[in-house]
Write a protein that binds this ligand. Structure first.
Ligand SMILES: CCCCCCCCCCCCC[C@H](O)CC(=O)SCCNC(=O)CCNC(=O)[C@H](O)C(C)(C)COP(=O)(O)OP(=O)(O)OC[C@H]1O[C@@H](n2cnc3c(N)ncnc32)[C@H](O)[C@@H]1OP(=O)(O)O
Ligand SMILES: NC(=O)c1ccc[n+]([C@@H]2O[C@H](COP(=O)([O-])OP(=O)(O)OC[C@H]3O[C@@H](n4cnc5c(N)ncnc54)[C@H](O)[C@@H]3O)[C@@H](O)[C@H]2O)c1
Length: 712
């Protein structure tokens, strides 16, 4: 609701709809009623609109979008029309975040004030829609089309000071916002409101708009990677040169197009899933969950191994204000890590943050930390050795976490006397940038230990997802079938760039081969050597070239590594790279290697369509997701989706692999395609449809119903 009160001649409307004061139907109704009341009351000469509690309205109530309640009268457009056309000056007083419809309300007001910490923006593009309450028409009238395109298509929030410089807010106020807003409102009483209406202004440099749009188009299309909202936002902004009513009509038409697209619900599902993962439960035992388990307080963290991951994790921990003891056995590497950390931390706070960092080469220096995150080489023998040492030197309450990419957490825990305090905390590279934290529950991990790992994720700004223990956990296990199928496609006739192009057109930032070159082709190679699937010099003795342990195997990635082509770091991998450049250039040497291999093993080259590439790579990945749900490794399909959205670049406009499977492909079609492919390739085990998928198609039922995605 919106609480109505008067302070002398000023009517104050305070939106009170926790937690973020979104415009649910009852709020909209109360605002319209409040405005009418203020208009009617001759003693009222000005109106202040603000938010109660933590924020100015953060936009439309996204939960209403699916139900039709968003269009129930009065809709948001009608509220804003009432504000704009009000005969008495309306002042929006902003604190917290004025987002989406909230920011549009401020733009419809005649004056805007903000506290210094306020932020504002139009993030609708992340929900697959556009700012459909006049945002695409009013913002360009203030800041110009170029800045409006930048703000609306990025969805970024701006700070109060920047809003002031852009002419969006009229004044930044210190002190008590209500008092300041009332005093400001009094100062503008009696002034004409007509020339304060943004809707009545014209877009600056309107004659250059088509040029500006044309210049933005290519970049936006490239960045959008298949998402339709960004370019639709631009089309709406382009209409801001028309008279206001005509522009609003165009905005409404484009909003309806987006609202009824398949991408908008997918992105809104992603928004709520990102938050739903905080309500975690044990994947197999739902009685153990976020409500009952209490985290330990973490003030200091030990990081073991200052390589790629240890360094990134340390930066992340320092940025969050934690104390860190970073231990490394290689002095040169330790020094290198410290230099990189110093450079990465922002200039402003570097010295203060660096003072929280202690470096160590002696394990005893870890004795007092609250949690240790191990990030040494991916080698079980080494990990066990490290955990034995950690168990011996740290205080008994210290939690011991491993950043392993997929090794058995129970096996690691078993070498300690505190298996209840051992947990997997799987960060993603670069660890200070990537938002995902995949936390792994071992057989004996205590609820308190898991709660602490999940809470640590929150403290350091990660999206933490809890999963069970199995080789590769959720993310890398699913990725295994994707990369396997990608190389099988090379055998049959595709080239690395064909596969990458198809996957990138689907919406991933990088296809599997460009990705392999970026992370280093030797990462997978070392893993396969450790598992005995290959040796550094070729297949293990007496092994068929194309089979390992009864499964089809493609040795092309091993052959690449044996040639020393380890990716960007060696200037050559699946592609070649000019010195100092990261541009992947198709390499005749690799294409010849693949061609010779095809000839040697009797593969006949054929043309493979992009559709087949996408299906062959992504359907087995999704199929593995069904196995994972069936085994209780992930508690809910949304946990898998969040892992893929935040850790693997899965395009957000498709909702994530499991959402995409159910709501876009359709489970029946997915099953049918997997059956077709598995009949064609009976020895590709990951193409065999999962029993859960078969069962769901046979009996019906939804993925959400398998878990606790009750709110979605
Ligand atoms: C058939 C065709 C018809 C077409 C014509 C339709 C015409 C109808 C006219 C409609 C016009 C609407 C136009 C408008 O432009 C659309 C919008 O405004 S969309 C919303 C835009 N706003 C946002 O995207 C903000 C989203 N929220 C956030 O970014 C953050 O929540 C925050 C505000 C920055 C706060 O962050 P935190 O402090 O970290 O808190 P949380 O994120 O954890 O959130 C707490 C809690 O609140 C829930 N929540 C947040 N925002 C909303 C919201 N806008 N609606 C509903 N719920 C929201 C969030 O989910 C958390 O709850 P939990 O999920 O944990 O239960
Ligand atoms: N690199 C990635 O993309 C990535 C992503 C997620 C998880 N991981 C996992 O993170 C872990 C570390 O990977 P990385 O890429 O940072 O490796 P890395 O090779 O860059 O760094 C490992 C570091 O550990 C140090 N080290 C070795 N033995 C040690 C010991 N006994 N005590 C202290 N330090 C020791 C090494 O000197 C080295 O600096 C691995 O388990 C890996 O699977 C890596």
């Amino acid at each position: 609701m919106a609480e109505y009160s008067t302070l002398g001649s000023v009517a104050v409307l305070q939106v009170n709809n926790p937690p973020v004061n979104s415009f649910s139907h009852h709020v909209r109704q109360a605002l319209v009623d409040g405005l009418e009341r203020a208009q009617r009351d001759p003693a009222v000469r000005s109106i202040v609109i603000m938010g109660k509690g933590r924020t100015f309205p953060a936009g439309a109530d996204i939960r209403e979008f699916g139900s039709g309640a968003a269009v129930k009268m009065p809709n948001l457009l009608m509220v804003l029309q009432a504000v704009d056309t009000c005969q008495k000056p309306v002042v929006s007083a902003i604190h917290g975040t004025a987002l989406g419809g909230g920011f549009e309300l401020a733009l419809a007001s005649h004056y805007r004030l903000a506290v210094p910490s306020a932020r504002m923006g139009l993030p609708e593009v992340h929900l697959g829609i556009l700012p459909g309450a006049g945002g695409t028409q009013r913002l360009p009238r203030v800041v110009g089309v170029k800045t409006a395109i930048q703000m609306i298509t990025s969805g970024q929030h701006i700070k109060a000071q920047q809003a002031l410089s852009l002419g969006i807010v009229d004044k930044i106020v210190q002190g008590d916002l209500l008092k300041e807003a009332v005093s400001f409102a009094r100062s503008v009483e009696g002034r004409p409101v007509e020339d304060r209406r943004i809707s009545q202004k014209t877009v600056p440099e309107a004659d250059k708009v088509d040029e500006v749009v044309e210049a933005a188009r290519k970049t936006i299309l490239r960045k959008a990677r298949g998402a339709i909202a960004p370019m639709t936002c631009v089309q709406a902004i382009q209409a801001s040169v028309l008279p206001f009513e005509a522009g609003m009509a165009r905005e409404a038409e484009l909003m309806a197009f987006l609202m009824t697209s398949w991408q908008a619900p997918a992105q809104q599902y992603a928004f709520f899933s990102e938050r739903e993962v905080r309500r975690w439960s044990h994947p197999r035992d739902k009685r153990i969950n976020f409500k009952t388990a209490k985290p330990r307080v973490v003030k200091s963290v030990g990081v073991v191994g200052a390589g790629t991951m240890g360094m990134g994790i340390t930066i992340n921990l320092l940025q969050a204000g934690l104390k860190v003891v970073m231990l490394e056995v290689n002095k040169k590497q330790l020094d290198k890590a410290v230099n990189t950390i110093k450079k990465t931390l922002s200039q402003k706070s570097a010295s203060q943050k660096m003072s929280q960092l202690t470096t160590a080469m002696d394990y005893s220096q870890l004795r007092d930390v609250d949690i240790v995150i191990e990030a040494v080489f991916e080698n079980m023998r080494l990990k066990k050795e490290v955990f034995r040492k950690l168990d011996a030197v740290t205080k008994p309450q210290t939690i011991l976490a491993s950043n392993t990419s997929g090794l058995n957490i129970d096996e690691i825990a078993a070498v300690t006397k505190r298996p209840d305090k051992v947990v997997g905390t799987h960060f993603f590279a670069p660890a200070n940038v990537m938002r995902l934290l995949e936390n792994i529950y071992g057989r004996q991990t205590s609820p308190e230990t898991v709660a602490t790992a999940m809470q640590l994720g929150v403290t350091i700004g990660k999206v933490g997802v809890l999963v069970g223990n199995c080789p590769g956990f959720v993310g890398n296990r699913m990725l295994g079938s994707y990369t396997a199928e990608a190389v099988f496609l090379l055998e049959e006739g595709a080239e690395p760039q064909d596969v990458d192009r198809a996957i990138e057109e689907f919406g991933f930032p990088m296809g599997p081969f460009r990705m392999g070159d970026l992370s280093g082709t030797d990462i997978g190679w070392k893993g396969r050597i450790a598992k005995g699937l290959t040796t550094e010099h070729g297949p293990p003795p007496a092994t068929p070239a194309l089979y390992r342990r009864g499964n089809r195997y493609c040795p092309l990635p091993d052959m690449l590594c044996m040639k020393g082509r380890l990716g960007q770091k060696t200037g050559a991998g699946w592609y070649r790279y000019e010195p100092g450049s990261r541009t992947a250039l198709p390499d005749p040497v690799v294409l010849q290697m693949i061609q010779d291999y095809r000839q040697e093993h009797g593969f006949k080259k054929r043309t493979i369509s992009s559709q087949e590439i996408v299906e062959r790579c992504l359907y087995p990945l999704i199929n593995e997701g069904f196995h994972i749900l069936d085994e209780g490794i992930a508690a809910r399909s949304l946990d898998i989706d969040v892992i893929y959205l935040f850790g693997y670049g899965w395009p957000r406009h498709t909702g994530g692999p499991m959402y995409y499977a159910e709501r876009v492909i359709g489970l029946e079609k997915l099953l049918c395609s997997l059956e077709t492919y598995s009949a064609r390739y009976p020895d590709h085990a990951h193409l065999q449809p999962s029993p859960l998928l078969r069962n769901m198609v046979a009996k019906g039922g939804s993925l959400a119903a398998l878990g606790t995605d009750s709110k979605l």
